[in-house]
Write a protein that binds this ligand. Structure first.
Ligand code: PLP
Length: 438
């Protein structure tokens, strides 16, 4: 029986049997101390539910892995940009990695102090976004091209604001991940090819208001092996040495983000272990340099700390195929459609009379064949009206949500022990139509 128990994600999401309420309680999935069935009743579905304890714990484990080395964690805002989650992380001491002026506005909304621990990445920074970041006094700009460097020098001179910069160098390492989220090869749009890097540092350091301060890389996302990180850092370390020889004052190495999570597996290998291996791989070549390390994790911090709750609307059979139609769609969680990504799907209530597992496609209501959460998946038998939880939806879930098919984006709830907070209300149709004219 135990073997057939669906996967859990402690400390955020575990099955509990509340014996105070029922003599023979059916195990129900809880977010910390709160039943997901109760949350669905109160806030409706589809609903994102996050665990504050899980976020804090993963942050601390990641941070702890770098204990003894000077470092700052710049949480990648794009993974999950909810203001309450940003504030929770800022309170843990986090800085931020932003990729737009909009994300900087979010950071400023929750903490001006954290803005000073913020780095600005991205291949297409606009002058107005640079100006906002220059006025804010962020920690560093990760520059991705000669033209960007030129514009940054001009904006900084115009505003008479000094700016620290790093060149995002492309280490040309292969990371085993989905082609859409692999970024560290020369054919990708990110970063500057290795051989062109020195020239940019020279130009940058000769600009009056610019100051070379770091080297940055980001080799991709959802990387679950540490070898590519080690390889990239070896290249970075030799680059830092060479730049220092050229009299550039390189104090920071921004190692980017990209550490993956295990979507397809029960939580038997603790995150703290992977985080330690990751830290060791990075520090192997960086430690001797005495640089201040910047880290930009996104998914690794928030991914397993969130689920998407959805209700089964219909069951239908087309010839031999069984479909479970749920009220969440690709508009709420795009990863399966975009990357063919795998997410565990588990019943919220484990009914004792539930039938055997069956093979189904779990699909949403949107008019696209690509609107699915699972195909040909063995799931616990479900009935119309049942609740399902799609696990590991805390990163790149709500952040990628859209209004396609004029669907309202889901509400978001943060649970902390017994405490429940609605951290984003469900959109209304009025919200959606407001910018338009008839
Ligand atoms: C997306 C991104 C990250 C975060 O990636 P994760 O895989 O979520 O850790 C960090 N840095 C940069 C530059 C990014 O583009």
């Amino acid at each position: 029986m135990k073997a057939d128990r669906p996967p859990e994600r402690p400390p955020g999401f575990v099955y509990r049997s509340d014996k105070r309420l029922f003599r023979k309680p059916e195990p129900t999935l809880y977010a910390e101390q709160v039943s997901l069935a109760k949350l669905a009743e109160r806030y409706g579905t589809p609903l994102y539910v996050y665990s504050a304890t899980a976020i804090r714990e993963r942050y601390r484990e990641f941070d702890g892995a770098f204990k003894g080395s000077e470092h700052t964690i710049c949480y990648s805002v794009k993974a999950n940009s909810n203001l309450t989650i940003l504030r929770l992380l800022a309170r843990q001491g986090a800085g931020f990695d932003i990729v737009s002026g909009g994300e900087l506005h979010r950071v400023l909304e929750i903490s001006h102090k954290a803005a000073a621990r913020t780095v600005f990445s991205g291949v297409g920074k606009l002058a107005a976004e640079m100006d906002l970041a220059l006025h804010t006094g962020i920690l560093m700009f990760n520059v991705e091209s000669a033209s960007e460097l030129e514009l940054l020098a001009a904006r900084a001179a115009h505003l008479r604001k000094r700016a620290r910069f790093a060149i995002r160098a492309n280490p040309d390492v292969t990371a085993e991940t989905h082609p859409y989220i692999s970024t560290g090869l020369h054919e990708h749009k990110f970063g500057v090819p290795w051989r062109g890097v020195w020239e940019l540092y020279r130009r940058g350091d000769s600009a009056r208001y610019l100051q070379a301060a770091g080297v940055s890389v980001h080799i991709g996302s959802q990387i679950t092996e540490v070898a590519p990180f080690r390889e990239a850092m070896e290249r970075v370390a030799s680059l830092v040495r060479s730049l220092r020889t050229d009299k550039h004052d390189i104090r920071y190495v921004d190692a980017g983000g990209g550490l993956g999570i295990f979507y397809e597996q029960d939580n038997d290998s603790p995150f703290s272990k992977l985080a330690k291996q990751y830290a060791k791989a990075l520090l192997a070549s960086l430690k001797p340099l005495g640089v201040h390390l910047l880290l930009e994790p996104g998914r690794a911090i928030v991914g397993p700390a969130g689920v998407l709750l959805t209700r089964v609307i219909y069951r239908k059979r087309n010839d031999g195929k069984q479909f479970v139609v749920v009220d969440a769609a690709m508009t709420d969680l795009l990863r399966p459609s975009l990357y063919d990504a795998y997410h565990e799907i588990v019943p919220v209530v484990l009914r004792s009379n539930a039938g055997a597992r069956e093979e189904v496609d779990v699909v949403g209501p949107v008019c696209e064949t690509g609107d699915f959460f699972a195909r040909g998946r063995q799931l616990h038998a479900v009935e119309e009206g049942d609740l399902l939880a799609i696990l590991d939806a805390g990163a790149y879930g709500m952040a990628l949500a859209s209004n396609y098919n004029t669907r309202r984006r889901p509400a978001e709830v943060l649970v902390d022990g017994t405490r429940v907070r609605l951290v984003r209300r469900r959109e209304s149709i009025r919200d959606l139509l407001a910018p338009e004219r008839t």
